[in-house]
Ligand binder design. Structure first.
Ligand code: NAD
Length: 274
């Protein structure tokens, strides 16, 4: 790490939990990204990193940021294109013959599908692109990562409560997260025999670029802080710590799991706030 670098998410090292491990991280857009907090924590725990970003415009922002953590590669990969996934892993192979961890921190839905009544705003095209980028990409990336994990590995992806219950305006993204969580279980069963674990973290709401597209996010954060069992919102560091657990020896017999990091929000039914 360069001397001038100050972590955005200060991490109290836990003793080199990922020493000697290699992690491919997708989904860093800026320093508020969940993937960035995970990257900082993984780096602090001794992991070697590689990053992907989709397209040149995103690259201009991501490359200077990612360089702060001394990655072995920063590769352009739009996960909606098979040929880009193929090229990315071929390029990575020049540096790494194996790696241990894949972080899938990718989500996208057209903005107009995240504002209004689900029945009205969910076009065939919005459904297709949201499912493709936000859910199918987990399957495609895991398939591409598999040959790099001959002795096993860990894949972690990011989900949200809208997969389980209705969250206003989350709409087709909730449907895609349900598919992502189901894919996590199918991949976990399929790849368990190869000692590859696949898990999801269902994170509480966080102010990030992706979340900015969801109408009513500010109100949701305020309501959440008042109503969750822990009476607070979560932070990016909380998600990073859960990823550390799932991707290190600490989580070695955990697979196919959806781990809620949401200050307890998902356990609530009808609760008096008195
Ligand atoms: P973010 O905007 O920082 O990250 C989303 C990432 O998806 C970006 O880096 C973007 O480049 C990437 N992406 C979008 N389309 C892509 C494509 N075609 N190819 C490759 N990458 C693409 O926001 P975030 O909140 O850190 O989101 C990360 C993950 O966490 C997403 O899956 C999101 O749904 C999930 N999540 C977010 C919240 C929240 O409240 N912010 C809560 C739970 C889960």
């Amino acid at each position: 790490m360069s001397d001038a670098y100050t972590p955005v998410y200060p991490h109290q090292p836990l003793g080199g939990l990922l020493k000697g491990k290699r992690a491919l991280v997708t989904g860093v857009a800026n320093d508020r990204s969940i993937a960035w907090a995970i990257s900082e924590a993984f780096h602090a725990e001794g992991a070697e990193l590689a990053f992907t970003y989709p397209g040149e415009a995103m690259g201009r922002r991501v490359i200077p940021l990612a360089k702060q953590l001394d990655p072995v590669a920063i590769l352009d990969c739009d996960v909606s294109k098979d040929e880009e996934i193929e090229r990315t892993f071929a390029e990575l192979k020049r540096t790494w013959d194996r790696f241990d961890i894949l972080v899938h921190s990718i989500g996208y839905a057209p903005r107009e599908a995240l504002d209004g009544r689900f029945t009205d705003v969910t076009s065939r095209e919005a459904w297709r692109i949201t499912m493709d980028v936000s859910a199918y990409s987990l399957v495609a990336l895991t398939r591409a990562a598999r040959p790099f994990m001959p002795e096993g590995g860990s894949v972690v992806c990011l989900s949200y409560y809208g997969a389980e219950k209705v969250v206003s305006n989350y709409n087709v993204m909730g449907v895609a997260k349900a598919a992502l969580e189901a894919s996590t279980r199918y991949l976990a069963e399929d790849l368990g025999q190869e000692n590859i674990r696949v898990n999801a973290i269902s994170a509480g709401p966080l102010k990030t670029l992706a979340a900015a597209g969801i109408k009513g996010m500010r109100t949701m954060l305020a309501e959440n802080a008042a109503k969750t069992p822990l009476r607070r919102n979560i932070s990016q560091e909380d998600v990073a710590r859960a990823a550390l657990y799932l991707c290190s020896e600490l989580g070695r017999n955990v697979t196919g799991e959806v781990l809620h990091v949401d200050a307890g929000q998902n356990i609530l039914g009808v609760v008096s706030m008195g």
